[in-house]
Design a binder for this molecule. Structure first.
Ligand code: PGA
Length: 244
């Protein structure tokens, strides 16, 4: 019941991969591969390819966003990038960390990543760590701005390691986040918020992860770089969200 109100979101995180030429080529070939898909597909790309993707081609229905941003509106920050620059370049979302307020002010959809380290995991401190990260990351943010939030649970030990959390482990943390959100926002609003899982997602574990009631999407790193694996994850996710 609860799941049907949340459309699943698959986010590809390219990290420091793909030139402008490679990105345009990839997206041009990806779109026909995922045409039948019913999930929302986001791509977090390097800064240099945001403008070409959003202005030199029609990349809909993909949503293009940034991997990082600074929380100042402007200033003498070498190598940093401001939310309004990203917005102007065509980005619609950005990964954030204590930058929630600025992202919301500039109309970027914020993706807040949470996750415990291997050491914290072994010491069974996951919930404690996640709670702190939620409290800090969402401190002073008006509840209205939180409606646009995407949370991504990304255990540090699972990112880029080939070792994913099990569906049960991930579900437990997602459920914990949902309960925290209920306390903060009330039940109805908390049920609308997307909580994605990220960390060594592949075509072989995507389906099972997405079958969990509180896993609303996936944040895919390595497997988003290949047309074959990424389109497979998107298309399998569509089947999961339609229950076929
Ligand atoms: P991965 O990366 O899928 O390569 O583990 C996840 C991420 O981008 O955070």
């Amino acid at each position: 019941m609860e799941r049907s109100i949340r459309k699943k979101i698959i986010t590809g995180n390219w990290k420091m991969h793909k030139t402008i030429e490679q990105a345009l080529d990839f997206v041009k070939r990806l779109i026909p591969l995922i045409q039948e898909s019913d999930v929302q597909v986001l791509l977090a790309v390097p800064f240099t390819v945001i403008y070409p993707l959003t202005h030199e081609m029609d990349c809909s229905p993909l949503v293009i966003g940034a991997q990082n941003m600074n929380d100042a509106s402007e200033g003498a920050f070498t190598g940093e990038i401001a939310a309004k620059m990203l917005k102007e370049a065509g980005a619609e979302f950005a990964f954030i960390n204590r930058k929630m307020k600025r992202a919301a002010e500039e109309g970027l959809r914020p993706v807040l990543c949470l996750g415990e380290t291997l050491e914290e995991y072994k010491e069974q401190k996951t919930e404690e760590v996640i709670q702190l990260q939620l409290e800090e990351g969402l401190k002073d943010v008006p509840n209205k701005a939180l409606r646009q939030l995407i949370l991504a649970y990304e255990p540090v030990w699972a990112v880029g390691t080939g070792e994913s959390a099990t569906p049960d482990q991930a579900q437990a943390v997602h459920h914990f986040c949902r309960e925290w959100l209920k306390e903060r926002l009330g039940k109805e609003a908390a049920q609308q918020i997307i909580i994605q899982y990220g960390g060594s997602v592949t075509p072989s574990n995507a389906g099972e992860l997405l079958s969990q009631p509180d896993i609303d999407g996936l944040l895919v790193g390595g497997a988003s770089l290949s047309l074959e694996t990424f389109s497979q994850i998107v298309n399998d996710s569509t089947k999961k969200s339609l229950n076929i």
